[in-house]
Design a protein around this ligand. Structure first.
Ligand SMILES: Cc1cc2nc3c(=O)[nH]c(=O)nc-3n(C[C@H](O)[C@H](O)[C@H](O)COP(=O)(O)OP(=O)(O)OC[C@H]3O[C@@H](n4cnc5c(N)ncnc54)[C@H](O)[C@@H]3O)c2cc1C
Length: 583
């Protein structure tokens, strides 16, 4: 590989992101906002125009909000609150077996899934990136990559140990460029060129599952009652999942069996020529009987058929220099609505770690925590995907029972609820590491809002002292590449507390003077509900700006109690990705 890499025009960059899907864009955005010199290339001439991933889960919406982008997403997205289940009964056809609330997380700030096509997400992230001065370079493809094997070079934080040759695809005779990068992020999808170029194997289920997806607007005479809710449909011969979408559209996911003859047994390749939207709609028509669910050809917006396995890359990084994120490192069925979410959250986890390492604020061991945290989550997701597949698939159930298995399989609604922490992203808890300390007395979760090391900051409303404006604490935890120190001061009107606050301030001043400027932001939350309180009532260090001091006085309820903090107060550190790192 390296011989061809050498022969092009050279340039230098801190991070080269390959792939401008949701993962690559989120990573590039996080890096650009942290002031890192980043480039992002994609071989496709345009962003996704329609179809592809469609569901944005509650934690992902919180992450977008931390970038100031939730409003842009929610402006036109559909909101899903309910999930229903239909099962086949002989002589009847499908019949509703129940409906449940889709998001069962009391702390969800956005208690719904937002659905719209992937292009909208890419547009929102791409525009935000542009505002940071970074342009998506397309159509541009890497043609060779060479990662140094010199251990000294790999360890040197100032070295550029990766050479990537990239080619502009719209200029026939264009010279190739040789990019020297400190880090490369392969966010180039399920068939990742980066992953394959560095020989990172995928591990897991080798069986290929064939999925079809179709987006359309139903005709007015369609009478399926749950078309504005998610519906899992266990029809006689096929499992279908219906997703309500923006603008009155719906998506059907159809899990096709290998008996449909779509995959060539020898090559393992999909013969999509055998397929068409008409055939898909015909399958749906039969599956939804006795209900009518139909459309006209001009109302079909997009369709696809693809093969997918449940796999996770054996490693998410090579030598802590080349990282893979998103679909490049995990593939699974679309049933849990996770593809875009996990990918965005991988990148959200990785971007600040790269930024801190590049700025010299952390050693390379910080980078190890990316794989440690996100690979474990990917494995959990695959476990959910398998379990959900069994609960969802009529064929799988029938097969297991026919084979004499004494199975007690979950129904799709139970499966979805049981794995709510995975599917919503809300209750993800990262295990102890160098960035999520173990705090033995502070890790018991007494209530849903209890602040817990390794988990995200649950939303609560406090009043800003200076102007009594209600503020959601999550909006203090912006994705700006900085750690946040939340000082829960206790009641500053009591003499004892003022004394301990003064002591704390002295300690904090000493700590802040040792940290690089801009690494840590300080916010204070006072316990008092007292109307007389002003923002001058706490020492200067705890109110670096008039917007940084709040009190627990909002009518929605006492924040200290919800968070499990007593009147003596507490110090809580949040990582730049909004996860509690220490108590
Ligand atoms: C055809 C297709 C249909 C899909 N349908 C669904 C669906 O129905 N439901 C669902 O939930 N998910 C679907 N997905 C998956 C979904 O798009 C991803 O789970 C999600 O977007 C993950 O984001 P990502 O950024 O990791 O990967 P992707 O969204 O795949 O983004 C990867 C990006 O990398 C670019 N790229 C790839 N290779 C190279 C290369 N060599 N050089 C430069 N750039 C490269 C691509 O153009 C793309 O922009 C589909 C994906 C594809 C490709």
């Amino acid at each position: 590989m390296s011989s061809t890499v050498e022969s092009s025009t050279p340039s230098k960059v801190d991070v080269l992101v390959i792939g401008a899907g949701p993962a690559g864009l989120t990573c590039a955005l996080g890096l650009a906002k942290a002031g890192v010199n980043v480039r992002i290339v994609d071989h496709s001439p345009t962003k996704v125009q329609s179809g592809h991933a469609d569901g944005v889960m509650p934690r992902t919406i919180e992450v977008l909000q931390s970038h100031g982008l939730a409003d842009a997403l929610l402006k036109d997205a559909n909101q899903v609150y309910t999930i229903s289940n239909y099962n086949y009964e002989a002589d009847v056809g499908i019949k509703c077996a129940g409906r449940v609330t889709m998001i069962n997380e009391p702390t969800a700030r956005y208690p719904f899934a937002a659905t719209q096509n992937q292009g909208v997400m890419e547009g929102i992230l791409g525009d935000a990136l542009l505002k940071e001065g970074a342009v998506i370079e397309r159509p541009v493809r890497p043609t060779a990559i060479d990662l140094s094997t010199d251990e000294n070079e790999l360890k040197d934080p100032d070295a550029y140990p990766i050479k990537v040759r990239v080619k502009k695809l719209n200029e026939e005779e264009a010279a190739e460029e040789l990019v020297h990068a400190k880090y490369v992020v392969g966010a180039d999808g399920a068939h990742s060129w980066v992953r394959r170029a560095l020989n990172v194997p995928m591990e897991g289920e080798q069986t290929a599952h064939v999925w079809a997806a179709i987006d359309f607007t139903p005709t007015p005479d369609s009478n399926f009652p749950d078309w504005r809710n998610i519906a899992t449909v266990n029809a006689k011969d096929v499992g279908i999942m219906l997703i309500p979408r923006e603008g009155g559209k719906i998506r059907l996911y159809v899990e096709l069996g290998s008996e449909d003859g779509l995959v060539n047994a020898e090559s393992g390749r999909l013969d999509s020529a055998q397929f068409s939207p008409d055939r898909l709609l015909e399958i749906a028509k039969k599956a939804f009987a006795p209900f009518v669910l139909k459309t006209t050809p001009e109302n079909v917006e997009w369709w696809t058929v693809y093969v997918i396995g449940q796999r996770v890359a054996s490693t998410f990084s090579v030598k802590d220099r080349v990282f893979i994120a998103g679909d490049a490192c995990h593939t699974h069925s679309p049933k849990g609505g996770q593809g875009m979410n996990v990918s965005i959250n991988d990148a959200h986890n990785l971007a600040w770690k790269l930024a801190y390492t590049i700025r010299g604020w952390a050693g390379t061991s910080l980078l190890d925590t990316y794989e440690f945290e996100r690979r474990s989550f990917a494995l959990e997701l695959i476990a959910f995907d398998k379990w959900f597949a069994e609960g969802f698939s009529a064929k799988a159930r029938a097969k297991l029972i026919a084979e004499g298995n004494n199975v007690d399989l979950p129904g799709p609604l139970e499966a979805f609820r049981a794995f709510s922490s995975v599917t919503t992203g809300i209750r993800i808890r990262y295990a102890p590491s160098i960035i999520t300390a173990t705090a033995p007395d502070k890790t018991d979760e007494n209530g849903p809002y209890t602040l817990t090391v390794g988990k995200r900051l649950p939303p609560q409303v406090v009043l800003r002292v200076a102007d009594r404006r209600p503020v959601n604490v999550q909006d203090l935890c912006l994705s700006n590449g900085r750690f946040k120190l939340f000082v829960f001061t206790g009641d500053v009107l009591s003499a004892d507390d003022i004394q301990s606050l003064n002591k704390l301030t002295t300690d904090l001043d000493a700590l802040l003077s040792e940290l690089p400027k801009g690494l840590l932001e300080v916010f204070s939350i006072i316990k008092a509900k007292d109307d007389a309180i002003t923002y001058m009532d706490v020492p200067q260090t705890l109110r670096p700006h008039w917007t940084s001091i709040h009190f627990d006085g909002h009518a929605s309820g006492p924040v200290y109690d919800a968070y499990g903090i007593n009147r003596e107060g507490a110090l809580v550190v949040f990582r730049p990705d909004g996860i509690s790192g220490n108590f």
